[in-house]
Design a protein. Structure first.
Length: 267
């Protein structure tokens, strides 16, 4: 609201047409009155925003290379970043992510990740302890040597705990990403639906996307394709459904108890 009012004030103070100036000022006053915001505060806020932010790069440490859980932890951060205008490169070890975006957006990603990581781990631990996954089997390929031939056969085996955890956490990350993307879409649609500033807001959003795209193209040195998001250890429909259910009720904001949560896997 401060940004919207400040924009109207800038337009009122920059136009040479007195009628336009009065119209912009009246619109700013109406918004300020409706939201109990002082015009001087809005003007100061607008002046502060003139110091234009630019994209930046930040190193996000997921954990030490070789530690278990890095792939799904990284997948969670990538899902959050995708919904918050942050592009990422990731090391093949899944231990480090290079985040490209505006500082405020990266801050949001880190804060969400710190909270959701704890929630995901707690929920997957509870699921594994419940033993629900043991009622399911998965198809594995078994290779046998028969004389000079190697014969591959497909057999059913009980789902292992590591398979269940991997499927649970990948489904959790995917659902969290979808929830955040839906929330972002709703917020943007609401922002551009305001008659007084719809065109300006749409232009700002588009310019932001283009600026980030250009910055990423100029600074990214990524090569190859990251394959960490694939559940290569096997498939568990039960674990995926459980992970999806848990993510549907996850808190998508920081709570006091999680404000100092560690973001990386402990060594």
């Amino acid at each position: 609201m401060l940004t919207r009012i400040g924009g109207l004030l800038r337009q009122a103070e920059s136009t040479d047409n007195p009628h336009e100036g009065e119209a912009f000022m009246a619109a700013a006053q109406r918004l300020a009155t409706a939201s109990s915001i002082d015009l001087a505060v809005a003007r100061a806020h607008a002046a502060g925003r003139e110091k234009r932010a630019t994209p930046t790069q930040r190193l996000i440490t997921i954990g030490e290379p070789g530690k278990k859980g890095l792939r799904t932890y990284a997948q969670l951060f990538l899902a959050i970043a995708a919904a918050n205008d942050v592009q990422c490169d990731i090391a093949q070890t899944s231990a480090v992510i290079y985040a490209y975006g505006f500082a405020g957006d990266i801050d949001i990603c880190e804060a969400l990740y710190a909270s959701l990581l704890i929630q995901m781990v707690r929920a997957s631990d509870a699921y594994i302890k419940s033993g629900e996954y043991r009622d399911e089997t998965t198809v594995r390929t078994q290779v046998e040597t028969r004389g000079r031939r190697r014969v591959a056969t497909r057999v059913r085996r009980p789902v292992a705990g590591v398979t269940a955890r991997l499927n649970f956490q990948l489904a959790y990350a995917a659902r969290v990403g979808q929830r955040l993307a839906d929330a972002k879409k709703d917020a943007e649609e609401q922002a551009v639906s305001v008659p007084e500033s719809s065109a300006e807001t749409a232009l700002v959003l588009r310019d932001k996307q283009l600026e980030l795209k250009d910055y990423y193209s100029e600074n990214s040195q990524a090569r190859g394709t990251w394959r960490g998001g694939r559940a290569s250890a096997g498939h568990s429909s039960s674990a995926q459904r459980a992970g999806d259910r848990a993510a549907r009720t996850a808190r998508l904001s920081n709570s006091p108890e999680l404000s100092v949560a560690r973001r990386q896997i402990p060594s």
